[in-house]
Design a binder for this molecule. Structure first.
Ligand code: BES
Ligand code: ZN
Ligand code: ZN
Length: 480
């Protein structure tokens, strides 16, 4: 997909010209001269008054294209978020007419809205097609985006950086969509190595070394599976970097629940239980493209959680890397176990800040619903940066409290901690409290990304693996 900047409407070569208007037909993003083409349809009522209504209309012979897609933005006061979503809707309308080349205008728009329009088009055009044999029967892909820059001040370089960030999101989506038979710890490491070869150093810590490191919590999750676990380390280290940031991502390539087996309905969604890891890979793939100035270390523990004769039994006790003994009362609460050892390992880099991403609890999905991710941490300023960054790019996060009184719920009769809280209530918080025990000696935030593998698509996202967190994290990292 190519993005081309253009100086005026007469230069456009696309048939997919998109114009965003309010319900009265006034141009909000587009070309004011096209308003007259829409006017009769506003007067006849065909353009309607509701957000998201579209009309694809023929226009006069004086333009280098013969039709325009008019998008009704409903009201006059529209947010960047509205533009992002409506750009997504517009692409799907254009796509249904088999048009692959789209044109928009940035003239008169704020930087935030320009980005929202571009992101909306690029995010919505994502499809996971790798496993479809008849590609010709699939909806067309966005081939080229023409942008009339106008007075927006946006440069080609800026547009290319925005595109690189969405490409990072799409990399995360591709990984999340891959089924468990194709994506397992070793294949994930291989894909990451290949894709990130030019972006950062990638090393893989194999099972033998994990044992030597005494990562028993991580190993306990993997021991029921035929697939060996690994810890994938990525190091982006620009010259003169002053700070070090560590990003930790849960990658359970399939979470059956283990001996505490999940119910069969909806279990296939657990191929996406590596979504947090996918987010970290997506972020790592963007850093060089945006010339990020600080060192960023990515740590992705990759395991498969399966029941078998060698699997961890409920009630087993393991010693985590930091010496904490953990009673594994529920083998389905596995994410916190692999994160525990990874958070301990992260301290080796003496990071200034650590952010973890994990599809950690169904409870977070219950608490916040499918469109908002949870965030909690031991440093309010870091959490605030995540909240603000998420809002800016349209990946909403909501803070949950690490309420100390709930720590009691993680008590174990046999060991220092239980991995399964004594009550289901506040499950996202008790999971966060469990992690907090291991996130020592640094500022830390935990993002519960369970919402990112929800099973319904929307204007911008595919179902089961939205790649959420990549765009938020890039914004947050810029503020660190
Ligand atoms: N991967 C799941 C959490 C999850 C559920 C993510 C649904 C996305 C959608 C996690 O490993 C899990 O099973 N958590 C348990 C924890 C419980 C046993 C304490 C849960 O949420 O039920
Ligand atoms: Zn689980
Ligand atoms: Zn899980």
């Amino acid at each position: 997909m190519k993005i081309k900047s253009k100086t005026g409407i007469q230069e456009l070569e696309s048939q997919g010209v998109i114009q965003f208007c309010d319900a009265k037909g006034k141009t909000l993003a587009g070309f004011a001269e096209l308003e007259k083409e829409l006017k009769p349809f506003v007067e006849s009522g065909e353009f309607g008054t509701t957000l998201g209504k579209t009309l694809y209309l023929p226009v006069g012979a004086s333009y280098p294209f013969d039709r325009v897609l008019f998008v009704n933005m409903g009201k006059e006061e529209v947010t960047a978020d509205d533009f992002r979503k409506m750009a997504g809707k517009a692409w799907k309308a254009i796509r249904s007419m088999n048009i692959k080349k789209v044109a928009i205008s940035f003239d008169g728009l704020s930087k935030e809205v320009c980005r929202a329009l571009q992101d909306g088009l690029l995010l919505s055009s994502y499809q996971y097609t790798a496993l479809k044999s008849k590609k010709e029967t699939l909806p067309v892909e966005l081939e080229r985006l023409e942008v009339v820059i106008g007075d927006s001040g946006i440069t080609q370089e800026t547009m290319d950086q925005w595109k690189a960030i969405v490409n990072g999101t799409n990399f995360a989506r591709d990984l999340s969509q891959m089924p468990g038979n194709l994506l397992y710890p070793k294949s994930l490491a291989k894909i990451a190595k290949k894709r990130l070869a030019d972006d950062c150093d990638v090393t893989v810590i194999e099972k033998k070394e994990l044992k030597a490191l005494k990562m028993e919590a991580l190993l306990a999750v993997a021991q029921g599976s035929e697939k060996s676990p690994c810890l994938i380390l990525m190091d982006y280290k620009p010259k003169n970097a002053k700070k070090t940031i560590a990003l930790v991502g849960k990658a359970v390539t399939f979470d059956s629940g283990g001996i505490s087996l999940k119910p069969s309905s909806g279990m296939s969604a657990m191929k996406g239980d590596m979504g947090g890891g996918a987010t970290v890979f997506g972020i790592m793939s963007v850093l060089k493209a945006i010339n990020y100035p600080h060192r960023v270390v990515g740590l992705v523990p990759a395991v498969e959680n399966m029941p078998s004769g060698s699997a961890t039994r409920p009630g087993d006790v393991v010693t985590a890397m930091n010496g904490t003994t953990v009673e594994i009362n529920n083998t389905d609460a596995e994410g916190r176990l692999i994160l525990a050892d990874s958070l301990t390992y992260a301290a080796r880099y003496k990071p200034d800040q650590v952010i973890d991403f994990a599809t950690l609890t169904g409870a977070c999905l219950v608490a916040l619903g499918p469109k908002v991710c949870g965030v909690m941490g031991n440093d309010q300023s870091l959490v605030d940066k995540i909240l603000k960054a998420g809002e800016k790019v349209g990946e909403p996060f909501w803070q949950l409290p690490l309420f100390k009184e709930y720590k009691d719920m993680l008590k174990s009769d046999a060991a220092d901690l239980s991995n399964n809280a004594s009550s289901r209530e506040g499950g996202a918080i008790t999971a966060g409290l469990f992690l907090e025990h291991f996130a020592k000696d640094y500022r830390w935030a935990h993002c519960d990304m369970a919402a990112s593998i929800f099973d319904k698509a929307d204007d911008l996202n595919p179902a089961q693996g939205t790649g959420a967190g990549v765009r938020m994290a890039i914004e947050a990292l810029k503020k660190l």
